[in-house]
Design a protein around this ligand. Structure first.
Ligand code: 13P
Length: 340
């Protein structure tokens, strides 16, 4: 393990004014996204879509890294440049999703365990050769009647820490992503309570597994009401609760926290991030690692039509720029109506 190199990459991933584009949807998930706009999920359509995102003019200055999927890291731009090479040339660090998904946890109804540890060491060696310098593993915690159980939280935190150790052993920075889902009708208070336990358990496990905190990035959910809650907490309350939890449970040795968007609208995700950064100074850098909140507008605009390619890229660049402003707390909703 090269501690200096890990710390250097982790810092670059959360560099000032920049954030991460999560474009690591598995074939199943991207098919769902394509179905929503009635595009066939062929390998070529997936390649074209990712090329549209990665080559969006003006976006690179706001993007520190891109999370790729196993298929995507092996694909090329139309003119034959492998995606990881293309990204690196733009100053963007290529990353790779290495978990193989959340599967039902036996005997724990409604809960999941994220799989993908078998053979991970060997896969990391290959991904490093393909250009990946960071990785991602997502643990999923759902809130509902009687869940999450502490057993499911511990099992997932343990797997996250084992993954993180294998990454660091191979000079790859782990993004540690424990996602408390915002599906459901729970209150923001319930989300806060669960997020506290999850983060505390994850950092306990990271300590037990001897993880170098300086060489990792945390990717948490925000503390937010469930999507179906009868009364949802407003943006100021989300920002305040999220900061309170993070300050109490994330050591300052962690260089950065890059949020997932988790089903928030694009504008909500940007506003929440901006409000938190406005409330600084903070002990870590606070940025985005959004999937849907960066891509949704671009995906709808593209709709699989070559004629819409450039217009979709403008949408991608616009969200990247607005989220970049949010990393310094200088975004405001009125900027949404300005030209893409
Ligand atoms: P969303 O921002 O769409 O939640 O995706 C981020 C991600 O990488 C989830 O694992």
């Amino acid at each position: 393990m090269n501690q200096g190199e890990l710390a250097r990459i982790a810092k670059a991933m959360v560099a000032k004014n920049k954030g991460i584009l999560a474009a690591d949807e598995s074939s199943g998930t991207i098919t769902k996204r394509f179905n929503s706009i009635k595009i066939e999920s062929s390998e070529e359509n997936r390649r074209t879509y990712r090329e549209m995102l990665f080559t969006a003019p003006g976006a690179a200055e706001y993007i520190s890294g891109v999370i790729l999927y196993d298929e995507t890291i092996r694909q090329k731009t139309k003119d034959g440049t492998p995606f990881p090479e293309y990204l690196a040339k733009q100053g963007i660090i290529p990353g790779i999703k290495v978990d193989t998904g959340a599967k039902p946890l036996a005997f724990f109804k409604g809960e999941t365990i994220t799989e993908g540890l078998d053979g991970l060491r060997e896969r990391l060696v290959e991904y490093y050769k393909l250009g990946a310098r960071f990785a991602k593993w997502r643990a999923v915690i759902d809130i509902g009647d009687g869940i999450p159980t502490s057993f499911a939280i511990e099992a997932n935190a343990h797997a996250l820490a084992r993954y993180a150790a294998l990454c660091q052993e191979n000079d790859i920075v782990p993004i540690v992503e424990p996602e408390v889902l915002m599906d459901g009708a729970h209150t923001i208070e319930r989300c806060e309570e669960v997020t506290i336990t999850v983060l505390q358990t994850v950092f306990d496990q990271l300590f037990e597994h001897r993880i170098l905190l300086e060489g990792m990035v945390l990717k948490p959910n925000m503390v937010i009401s469930g999507k179906k809650a009868p009364k949802r907490a407003g943006p100021e309350q989300v920002a305040e609760a999220t900061l309170r939890v993070l300050k109490r449970h994330v050591p300052p040795a962690v260089p950065g926290i890059a949020f997932l968007s988790g089903g928030q609208s694009s504008e909500e995700a940007t506003l929440h991030l901006s409000l938190m950064n406005k409330a600084g100074p903070l002990p870590w850098s606070l940025t985005f690692s959004y999937g849907r909140a960066l891509q949704d507008d671009a995906l709808k605009t593209w709709a699989g039509q070559p004629a819409n390619f450039a217009a979709a890229q403008k949408q991608m660049a616009k969200r990247a720029r607005l989220n970049s402003l949010a990393t310094t707390g200088s975004y405001s909703s009125s900027m949404e109506s300005q030209a893409a």
